[in-house]
Design a protein around this ligand. Structure first.
Ligand SMILES: Nc1ncnc2c1ncn2[C@@H]1O[C@H](COP(=O)(O)OP(=O)(O)OP(=O)(O)O)[C@@H](O)[C@H]1O
Length: 394
């Protein structure tokens, strides 16, 4: 990404003085740009299968938990957002996109990438070989930066998250997949402190999301499932706003905005109101706003949804550069192919339970991730009673 500007600084200007306030950089080391060129780029094109030393869970027979629903999680959520806590679906989504999460942080030093799994979990024959840059330890040897233990979340009678444990390591791109209604969004909302669990704990870089919410959220960048953007702002204003919210000074905000706009192919759109953006463009500007403060951990709910294939590849490249620099990504997606290609680790959630989790190689074995997913999700439904579909009216 270029450190230069688009030559279009006017796009940041507004009659509202709010947008022109230069916040102090506050000593945040976030000045290290996302995906800066001094980070090694792995150049990987295949799946990032991690080392076999990592444990995989395959808990298809795990019984539904009943104990935790009435128990409050450890620690008080008093300091956390109460947005999205209501039992209404629309309330669950509400507000998450209107407030960028986290604060400036330095992703850290270049480090871990994938490792090929060993016996019993080797990658399918013919798969593109993956390369681990020399000197970098495998992801499985990296410290856990995001840990969930015993998460339970109910909406009335619906058990949306059922005793979920997750461990996500530094430098990992961790995919969360599952059928519609499996509990992915609810799980990610709990991980990021947007939803209070009925039981369980979440720590981000050893900060408890509920007892130490500010520190935990400072370390995170969150792309929520349903985008609710300040869409009367231009793209440039939105990025600037997001940057200054996280304590970046105006110069850094503009410079990073230009970098991100170029990287996401939004340079020409920066001066237009976000309300006029297509779905894919909105997704990309929201993702850019999530990245601008260089958080240590990114939690992205369906970042590839509505995004064209070229842009999806761009996003993948950006995420790889980010993790090569020590950042960590958790993302959900319905695209098994994209997840298999992009993620080094994965969890398959069905009915609120984690049925399989581990490195990509461990979870899918010699099959594709999609085949494994279909098997765990109960197979493809057969529409046998739909003969009327061939009756063709008119
Ligand atoms: N606010 C809510 N109120 C009531 N039920 C909810 C609410 N949010 C989610 N649910 C229910 O919780 C379960 C999990 O929903 P969730 O949105 O987490 O699934 P998902 O895996 O993200 O689904 P999708 O892939 O379709 O986005 C579903 O049964 C859903 O109907």
């Amino acid at each position: 990404m270029s450190a230069g500007t688009t030559g279009n600084d006017d796009v940041y200007s507004t009659s509202d003085a709010t947008w022109t306030v230069d916040a102090d950089d506050d000593g945040t080391t976030a000045a290290q740009g996302t995906g800066s060129d001094d980070h090694d780029d792995t150049g990987d094109t295949g799946a990032h299968d991690a080392a076999a030393g990592d444990d995989m869970t395959d808990d298809r027979t795990g019984s539904a938990t009943t104990a935790a629903a009435d128990s409050p999680p450890a620690g008080s959520p008093s300091g956390a957002t109460n947005q999205a806590r209501s039992g209404k679906k629309r309330d669950k989504r509400a507000g998450r996109a209107t407030r960028p999460q986290g604060a400036a942080a330095n992703p850290g030093e270049p480090d871990g990438q994938e490792a090929r799994s060993g016996s019993g979990t080797s990658a399918p024959a013919g798969e593109t070989g993956t390369k681990r840059p020399t000197g970098r330890p495998a992801v499985t040897q990296q410290p856990v930066v995001l840990r969930a233990h015993g998460l339970v979340k109910r909406y009335g009678q619906t058990l949306a998250v059922d005793d979920v444990d997750l461990e996500i390591r530094k430098g990992s791109i961790f995919g969360v997949v599952g059928p519609n209604g499996a509990g992915k969004t609810t799980t990610l909302s709990v991980l990021t402190g947007l939803l209070r669990p009925d039981a369980g704990t979440v720590t981000v870089l050893d900060h408890d999301v509920w007892s130490d919410p500010t520190a935990a959220k400072r370390a995170m960048g969150v792309l929520p499932d349903r985008l609710r953007l300040f869409d009367r702002l231009t793209g440039a204003q939105m990025l600037f706003y997001s940057a200054t919210l996280h304590g970046l000074d105006g110069k850094t905000a503009r410079s990073r905005s230009a970098d991100l706009a170029e990287a996401f192919g939004l340079g020409d759109a920066l001066g237009r109101p976000v309300a006029d953006y297509s779905m894919g463009m909105s997704k990309k500007i929201a993702l850019a706003a999530t990245l601008i403060h260089s958080p240590r951990v990114l939690v992205l709910d369906e970042p590839f949804e509505s995004v064209d294939p070229v842009s999806a590849t761009t996003i993948t490249d950006i995420l790889r550069r980010y993790t090569a620099g020590g950042g960590t990504v958790v993302l959900s997606s319905h695209s098994m192919e994209l997840v298999q290609r992009t993620c080094d680790s994965v969890a398959i959630i069905v009915g609120g339970k984690v049925l399989a989790a581990g490195t990509m190689a461990q979870v899918r074995g010699r099959r594709s991730l999609e085949d494994k997913f279909v098997e765990l999700a109960g197979g493809r439904p057969v529409a046998e009673s739909m003969e009327w579909l061939h009756s063709f009216s008119g």
